[in-house]
Design a protein around this ligand. Structure first.
Ligand code: GLN
Length: 446
């Protein structure tokens, strides 16, 4: 059914880069015979999943939507892919994204842009745009995405589905192609909150293969979905509801808060005064880390090697010039500049200090509140082509998701209405490792 739906819809949506039909049918047949032989059903038994193309899959081409990796066939599975297999879900294929997860619209894919299933003239968001569009179009039951500054939550909001960025360290990144290692997290994109809880259950947990993996007990997530939010205290940052937020989005968020009130929760306006520095801080830190992480792509170790180099340095230069797209080059140049001697203190070190202040904003609010709620993005999806050539406007779309990433706390985006036929996302943010309360509130609301 998944492949039939893809055949029917993907010509216009273009969510998939690679399909795994033979492998998926084989995996399904194996699950079937194991069941016939009296085996138990796993948590995600038989559920068709799509995987963002920066998560490595053994034997299935993994491109990061980059020309550089267009021929890269990994020889191992990422830890999350192993865990999905153990839970008996089936990998349908690999999903389109902004190249190396840099972007918020899927227009930075070096292959083709994915389109929003609600209106194919509009972007699906990004960078996990393929992951969001494929779930919204009913091609897969759920997908995995990665979120560095909003790349799960923002496309989930634009496509009218549920996207969860777990606490930094909860889900292993072993086998996720690194963008900005102090921020990257993998998480589920699903049709509803209950599915999100189940997929999180399957992928969360300590992994010695990721040195930042948290060694914490994993609670039962689905049992948190009681439908009850009585007594929950919600802080609503005025900085998330002010300038630049579309009035229709603001209205939808206020309506959602009313609903929380009627369910017995209480909300109050709060202030997170360092929010205005978050976007600048993020783009310095993320670009710096990217410039270092992407140094491994040299034409020797991975992917496509340039032809006819004059010497080794020329091989690096040609491979990188030809392999990377323009947004990736922009980030590498920004990051290399910010890390260079003489500028390090003024930019990178300064940004690290501001990051701490931003994190303290969260700590302060969480002293008195259980959750923070606001919009996921300032607007609904924009038209394809509308913001290309204007990276600064594009960067400002991340204003509501980036502070959460810098603080490392969990957040979910759930649908909260429409404006002009396009979905709006509500962002529910929790304390570190308190995914249960985040999921509980999202479930009671949806
Ligand atoms: N839009 C942000 C960026 O371009 C976030 C990307 C992400 O979370 N991977 O960096």
């Amino acid at each position: 059914a998944s492949y039939a739906q893809i055949a029917k819809t993907d010509e216009s949506i273009k969510a998939f880069l690679t399909l795994n039909e033979e492998g998926a049918r084989k995996a399904a047949a194996e699950l079937d015979s194991a069941l016939q032989a009296g085996g138990e059903q796993g948590l995600l038994f038989g559920l068709p999943a799509g995987i963002k193309d920066n998560i490595v899959t053994e034997g299935i081409t993994t491109t990061c939507a980059s020309q550089f990796l267009s021929n890269y066939d990994p020889i191992y599975d990422a830890s999350v892919v192993k865990k999905l297999k153990a839970a008996q879900s089936i990998t349908i294929g690999k999903l389109n994204m902004d190249e190396f997860a840099m972007g918020g619209s899927n227009e930075n894919s070096s292959f083709f842009p994915t389109r929003n299933p609600w209106n194919t003239e509009y972007v699906p968001g990004g960078s996990s745009g393929g992951s969001a569009a494929s779930v919204a179009a009913g091609q897969v039951y759920f997908s995995l995405g990665s979120d560095t500054g909003g790349s799960i939550r923002q496309p989930a909001a634009y496509c009218g589905i549920v996207g969860l960025k777990p606490t930094y360290g909860l889900v292993s990144r072993f086998g996720l192609v690194a963008f900005a290692s102090s921020l990257d997290q993998i998480g589920p994109l699903t049709k509803n909150v209950e599915d999100s809880a189940y997929v999180l259950q399957a992928i969360a947990g300590y992994d010695p293969g990721d040195s930042t993996s948290a060694n914490v007990d994993i609670p039962d997530y689905a049992s948190a979905l009681s439908g009850d939010v009585k007594g929950l205290r919600i802080g609503v940052p005025k900085e998330y509801m002010g300038q630049g937020i579309d009035p229709a989005v603001k209205e939808a968020v206020l309506a959602a808060l009313k609903q929380f009130e009627s369910l017995g929760a209480a909300w109050e306006e709060v202030s997170m005064p360092h929010t205005e520095y978050a976007v600048a801080t993020y783009y310095l830190l993320a670009s710096s880390e990217a410039s270092s992480n992407l140094a491994r792509f040299d034409g020797v170790r991975y992917g496509v090697r340039a032809e006819n180099p004059d010497n080794l340095i020329d091989l690096y230069r040609k491979s990188r010039s030809q392999g990377f797209g323009s947004e990736v080059k922009r980030r590498i140049m920004l990051g290399t500049y910010a890390l260079s001697s003489g500028y390090y203190d003024a930019y990178y070190l300064k940004a690290q200090k501001v990051r701490t202040l931003i994190k303290q904003d969260f700590d302060n609010v969480f002293k008195d509140f259980d959750l923070i709620i606001g919009p996921t993005a300032p607007t609904t999806a924009f038209r394809i082509g509308e913001q290309v050539g204007d990276p600064l406007t594009m960067y400002l779309n991340d204003i509501c998701t980036i502070p959460v990433s810098l603080a490392g706390v969990p957040a979910i985006s759930v649908p909260c209405g429409f404006a002009d036929g396009l979905p709006i996302g509500l962002q529910i943010i929790g304390k570190a490792f308190d995914e249960r309360t985040v999921l509980r509130a999202a479930h009671a609301y949806e």
